[in-house]
Design a protein around this ligand. Sequence first.
Ligand SMILES: [Zn+2]
Length: 383
Amino acid sequence: MAAFDPVPPPRRPDRRAPHPRFAAFLRRARRGCVRLGFAVASVVTLAVATDAPAATARPTVPAAGLQLGGVSYTDARARFASIGYESDYDAKAQTLAVRAKDKTTPGHELVFTVEKREARLDGMRVFLGEPAVLHRGELHLATLDFERFLLPILHPARLPARALRTVVIDAGHGGVDTGTQNKAHRLDEKVFALDVALRLQALLGDERWRVLQTRTEDRFVPLGERAEFANKEKADLFISIHFNAVANNSTVRGTETYVLTPRFQRSTSSPKATAEDKVEQVGNRHDAWSAVLGHRMHRELLSRLKTDDRGLKRARFAVLRLVDCPAVLIEAGYLSNDDEARRIADEDYREEIARALHAAILAYDQARAAAEIEAVMVPEHWR
Ligand SMILES: [Zn+2]
């Protein structure tokens, strides 16, 4: 997270300062280079990623943090202003709406509600680690939510660049482990998960990336083994495919996307903090890129499948904890909902799910490539 470190780099000590005239020359030369660097980076970045940030928007040093119940909070209005977003607080609804100030660049719209972990990002449901709080009339967000989740999603080009060579697709369950079921229609999760996994592999092809599967047939693979396989093969991306079910409520339907819960935060299903929240997991090394991946996945799934939006959530599922690369687990639909189960049983629909996952991987790769270009064009100390 070096790119988001709010602490400015140490200044050169006075005794080592160059002659004032030479210093002035250096400043002029650097300004010229910075302008050139940003200009070139911006043009190239915008050419490859439509949702790349405006080059002028740089995070500034945040105001002194607020501590509440052991959680560090940050002033949402001030932090978003520092990246070129304006905020509008509705006192009656207790919501803060945030949008890009410059309407000419592609920007996002976010809405936060006091005392709620659920927020909206371009109309999509996203779950934060901590509820937004109102302090002295200003809405505050947990600092980790802003820095490890929202900022990476909004400005991935500023993240440390990373490669994408190997994609591991993980078809959930298999063999004796059927996964969730719709018994009335004799539908098993394991069958559809594998079918979508194979369709996704076909769409990805084998020219651009090395694409591997944790299973290609109906066999049981323990969760630890799936992660071990991905790590041994040096996966750069891990996509786990599942279908959901809920007991005694056949009306629940829709798509959920999960990323690993960051350290020191609660999973979406946890009403309060637990000891496990403090444990650093292998997957936590990749929180920022997993947030980008999760966002792209959920966005593509919702826009293509037109299902109910169950939200971009956080959980410490074994595969997400143990894989050493950006990872996501998708619950594409509910087999316990008869109508949705019928759609999932239709192969055209499963092809559409695979297409959504494929589009999300391409969108992730675009964001990743933009970060790679930014890393080359704009030296670290100028970023
Ligand atoms: Zn499952």
